[in-house]
Design a protein around this ligand. Structure first.
Ligand SMILES: *Cc1c(COP(=O)(O)O)cnc(C)c1O
Length: 372
């Protein structure tokens, strides 16, 4: 699904040199690489504060802790996403409220958010799923009308632009009150281990978050709030510093691969290529996800596996049906889109090193199978 080796080859000397330098100086934790990466990412995203942390799941959890959400507060998020999003809500004893998604973009449906709002609702967590911006104009409007926090889970969309209806261009993850991302190796900006970050333009919130990631400590050995230990280490920061200047090129390579997939697969019966929502967003294709509408998705997965072509089903089970998150409040009738998507979606290999021959082989294999 991804080719990290090929990408490493192109930045090998730079990465090896900076890792060697860290070993020479033993600045493993909180060294200059981490501080420099933080500044460079702030500049790239156009956001006032980046708070590096240990992974994308921690980033979400710390964001929610920083906003002062309390047990019993309701947090609305998408039923169709990776489990980390709902996991941290439950872990903090907040009440997750899962809602359905848009059938075209796979992102949280603003109408479903509106219907789920109660007097206990405190926050909305949109996920920019598969690299595509959620409908942030609508989500920010709802949040404003109901006085809710917006926490963007930007683990899959770093580098994507959102074009607001006022004509502003803003990086995803910096639109709401706070945003989070993951630097897991296969993400669009990936390190060589675990890593994550939190983004905000709010000075007070940034100060709070910086304490929470470091045991709730604002002054040495004074613990003002209950915090966690969540650090990005210097090795990971060094890898990210080598890759950040190339992020736009990497995302362009993904887009070019997506366009070639589109050209081959578009217009065929039973295959629906990824939707683009016109002017408001860009898609940075963390995943290239098709819908197979003739009921043969599972057979296609099996066929591709037999042909040695990697593919994935993200996600095969809606969160509201996961054992850990089942709740009597949910009705199947509330999730028609997610319940359909889990049967139709298939994600194809997507990374920065895909070449045209590989894409042509993959698309030919799919078309032959689906047309038979
Ligand atoms: C990867 C991912 C996360 C979690 O990131 P980790 O770094 O693996 O903890 C959270 N949300 C979404 C949508 C993700 O894809």
């Amino acid at each position: 699904m991804v080719d990290l080796q090929g990408q490493y080859g192109s930045i090998k000397d730079q990465i090896n040199d900076s890792l060697q330098e860290i070993m020479n100086t033993s600045a493993f934790i909180n060294g200059p690489e981490v501080q420099n990466f933080q500044k460079e990412l702030e500049e790239y995203l156009g956001v006032k504060h980046v708070i590096p942390c240990a992974n994308g799941t921690d980033a979400l959890q710390i964001a929610m802790m920083g906003l002062g959400l309390k047990p019993g507060d309701e947090v609305i998020t998408a039923d169709f996403t990776f489990a980390a999003t709902v996991e941290v809500i439950a872990l903090l004893q907040l009440t997750p409220v899962l809602v359905d998604v848009d059938p075209e973009t796979f992102n949280i449906d603003p109408e479903a958010i509106k219907e789920a709002i109660t007097p206990r609702t405190k926050a909305i967590v949109p996920v920019h799923l598969f690299g595509q911006t959620a409908n942030m104009d609508a989500i920010m409007e709802i949040a404003k009308a109901h006085n809710l926090f917006v926490i963007e889970d930007n683990a899959q969309a770093i580098g994507a632009d959102f074009h607001s209806k006022e004509g502003k261009t803003i990086k995803t993850g910096t639109i709401g009150d706070v945003g989070s991302t993951s630097f897991f190796p296969s993400k669009n900006l990936g390190c060589y281990g675990d890593g994550g970050a939190i983004f905000t333009n709010d000075d007070d919130l940034a100060h709070t978050l910086r304490g929470i990631v470091n045991h709730g400590m604002y002054e040495r050995y004074h613990h003002d709030v209950v915090g966690v230990n969540s650090r990005l280490d210097s090795f990971q920061a060094a890898v990210l510093r080598a890759k950040l200047p190339k992020l736009d090129i990497y995302n362009e390579a993904r887009k070019a691969a997506a366009i070639r997939y589109d050209e081959a697969l578009g217009g065929h019966d039973h295959i629906i290529i990824p939707h683009r929502s016109g002017d408001c967003d860009t898609h940075v294709f963390h995943q290239y996800t098709l819908k197979i509408t003739n009921g043969k998705r599972d057979e296609l997965v099996k066929h591709l596996n037999e042909q040695g072509i990697p593919c994935g089903v993200y996600y095969p089970i809606p969160l509201h049906n996961q054992k850990a998150y089942k709740d009597a409040r949910y009705n199947e009738a509330d999730f028609p889109v997610t319940n359909q998507l889990i049967k139709e979606v298939i994600s194809l290999p997507m990374h920065t090193e895909l070449d045209n021959d590989q894409i042509d082989h993959i698309t030919k294999t799919i078309i032959e199978f689906v047309n038979n």
